[in-house]
Structures are given as structure tokens and as C-alpha cells.
Design a protein around this ligand. Structure first.
Ligand code: 5GP
Ligand code: MN
Length: 349
């Protein structure tokens, strides 16, 4: 019987290398993926608070803005949004001695910042849990079997023997990332060590119930009415192949005073319908069509995203994009469904 509560899954050689980098370098930059979600921000701020407590000069730059229900996180006010001031962002990137790339697997996911981060002379550390990693970094930590990058940040600090230095702010952010990437511990969350880690985070005096409420009970009335509207008016069910689609045009968004982040989570709802195991959400954005995919069980929605929408992500949660009209995007989607219809039919256990 294993007695150690937390297994050292990150190679100790990599942990030691990062420990030395942190010791040696003072100007540290943390960055993450476009459209930062709870895990992107949770892992980044979790590490940020630790490094700040070590007296480091730390900057956190995200490629573009993050949704309002994550703004409560301690340190969120300090986050620089690259899109708003690329010149300032580039200066910081150039001046950094050490860069942490968190929660993304390929440079493209770092958005417009990517070329500057890539060519920077700083030491680079990548920590991520997406499949198919493809970055070149000085230290490369990729664990697709782990449900969140925030959990990996906890594990890194734990393996650095720095659990004692994790403060409450850091613990809150790490918990938030672990919670959001598992849908409040409803998927990808059967590993008992997740709960060992939660237990260690609770000992830092975090209020996990309050964190849940800050993220999930923080929506605007418009967002809620928009949800009601899409479920009754903009949802297509393909019963015979166990698939569903929700689509939302610019016109619809205007009607419900749409704000960035309002459609977060919409893609999950159809999966609550009996026998639906593949759900897609298509939204018309400023210059492109954005797609989100979710699945139950073995259906690989990251493959679907990669094949038809230049995307990727996890087996059960992925995304992609499309340049063209909504109608064209929906046609490509339905062609994709046709191709995968046999697989979808077989996927129902
Ligand atoms: P979401 O649907 O919440 O935007 O994204 C779900 C998952 O898919 C996340 O892990 C995210 O990183 C990934 N993802 C979302 N959009 C894209 C995309 O355009 N390209 C790739 N490669 N991954 C994406
Ligand atoms: Mn993540």
C-alpha cells in the first residue's frame, strides 16, 4: 500500500532545474494561452504569488482579456493584457530573465505574444497538460494525464519542498484552476491525489465554497437570459448520432447585451441530455467563428477540432476556429458529423 499522499510525478531533475532558475533569476515573466480560463489564470497567479513571496520581480502577461468571473482572484489587477499595450508587453518580455509558459502546448496558443516570447533570450519553462506538446523550452513539463496546470503548479511547489511557502492567495488561485478545469470536480477528477491536494490547500485556510460561488454564481441577468434563449431557440439535437449543437450569431449577442465570457460553459449543457455524448458550441466573433467541443467517454473531440477547425485541446474538451460565415461553419460541422457518425453511434456505451 502506497503511503506517500502525493506522488512525485514531475521528474526531480526538472524540478531541481526550475529551483535553480528561481534561485538565480530575479526578473520573471509568467504567460499563458489566449482567452485565459480559470486554469490559465489560476496556475499563473498561483505561481505568481509564490514567486512574489520569494521577493522576485514578477510580471504576468496574458495575450487578451479574461472573463469577469475571474476578476476576484488576488493579483488579477496586476495582470497585463498584451493586446491593450503590445509595446509595453514586448519591453517586459525582452527584459525578462526567466519565462514560465503555463497551460499551453504550442506557441500559437500564446497569441500575438508568441514570436516575442519565442525569440527572447530568457530561460523558458513550459508547464502544461494538453496533449501533443510542441514547444522548445529549457525545461519542458507536459502531463496530459493531469487534469489541470494548476495541479501541476501545486505539484511543482510541493516537489520543490516549498509547501510551507504556499500562501493563502496562491492556494486560492490553484484551487480555482483545479476546480474550473474539472467542471467543479465533475469530470477528469477521479484521481484520489486531487483530493489529497485539495486537503493540503484547505489547510492554507482557503474557502472552497466561496471560490465556487465567486466563479459560478456570479453571472449577469443578461447571461442567464441568453442561456435560456439558446437552449430553447438555438440548439440542434442529432439524436441518432448522439450529438448536439448550440449556435449564436452576432445579431443574437446584441439582443442580449453580450459580454466576453457570457457563453462560458454553454457547450456543456447539451451533455446533460440523455444519450448525448458530443456537444458543440459555435459563436460568431469579431473576425472569426469560434468553436468549443465537449464529449463524454471515448469520443475524441480534439481530433474533430483538429480535422475540421484547425484546433485542438483535450480528448473531452477542445476548441477551434473558422474563417467564413456562420452558415459555412455549420456546413463544415455537419460534414464532420457525417464523417464521424459511425464512430459517434459506436461511442454510446
Ligand atoms: P474552450 O472550449 O473552453 O474554449 O476550450 C477547451 C479546450 O480546448 C481548452 O483546453 C483550450 O485550451 C482548447 N482550445 C480552445 N480553442 C482552441 C483552439 O483554437 N486551438 C487549440 N489548439 N486548442 C483550443
Ligand atoms: Mn488547463
Amino acid at each position: 500500500m502506497e503511503t506517500t499522499a502525493i506522488t512525485n510525478i514531475i521528474s526531480q531533475e526538472k524540478v531541481d532545474k526550475i529551483g535553480n532558475f528561481i534561485e538565480k533569476y530575479d526578473k520573471i515573466l509568467i504567460t499563458t494561452h489566449v482567452s485565459p480560463d480559470g486554469d490559465a489564470l489560476g496556475s499563473s497567479l498561483g505561481l505568481y504569488h509564490y514567486l512574489v513571496s520569494r521577493g522576485k520581480s514578477v510580471k504576468l502577461i496574458v495575450p487578451n482579456s479574461f472573463p469577469y468571473f475571474l476578476r476576484w482572484m488576488k493579483g488579477a489587477n496586476e495582470v497585463l493584457v498584451y493586446e491593450y499595450n503590445p509595446e509595453a508587453g514586448q519591453r517586459i518580455i525582452e527584459n525578462s530573465e526567466l519565462i514560465f509558459c503555463l497551460d499551453f502546448n504550442v506557441p500559437k496558443r500564446n497569441g500575438e505574444m508568441a514570436p516575442f516570447v519565442q525569440k527572447s533570450a530568457a530561460k523558458k519553462v513550459l508547464i502544461d497538460h494538453h496533449p501533443f506538446p510542441g514547444n522548445s523550452c529549457d525545461v519542458f513539463i507536459s502531463h496530459p494525464e493531469i487534469s489541470s496546470t494548476s495541479e501541476l503548479i501545486f505539484r511543482l511547489l510541493y516537489q520543490l519542498d516549498e509547501y510551507g511557502k504556499i500562501n493563502r492567495e496562491s492556494a486560492e488561485c490553484i484551487y480555482c484552476g483545479m476546480m474550473t478545469d474539472t467542471g467543479g470536480f465533475t469530470y477528469n477528477s477521479n484521481d484520489p491525489e486531487i483530493f489529497e491536494i485539495i486537503s493540503l490547500l484547505l489547510r492554507k485556510n482557503i474557502d472552497k465554497d466561496a471560490i465556487y460561488s465567486k466563479v459560478y454564481d456570479n453571472y449577469t441577468e443578461e447571461r442567464f437570459r441568453l442561456l435560456g434563449f439558446v437552449l430553447s431557440q438555438r440548439m440542434k439535437i442529432y439524436h441518432d448520432i448522439h450529438a448536439a449543437l448550440i449556435y449564436l450569431s452576432k445579431e443574437d449577442q446584441k439582443q442580449f447585451s453580450y459580454n466576453k465570457g457570457d457563453t462560458e460553459g454553454f457547450v456543456n449543457y447539451p451533455l446533460s441530455i440523455k444519450n448525448i455524448l458530443f456537444s458543440t458550441f459555435i459563436r460568431e466573433d469579431e473576425n472569426l467563428i469560434k468553436l468549443s467541443f465537449r464529449s463524454h467517454g471515448s469520443f475524441a473531440c480534439n481530433e474533430f477540432a483538429a480535422e475540421f477547425f484547425d484546433g485542438g485541446g483535450h480528448l473531452n474538451a477542445s476548441g477551434g476556429e473558422f474563417y467564413g460565415t456562420m452558415e459555412e461553419a455549420m456546413q463544415v460541422f455537419e460534414k464532420g458529423l457525417e464523417k464521424y457518425s459511425a464512430t459517434l453511434k459506436e461511442s454510446l456505451q
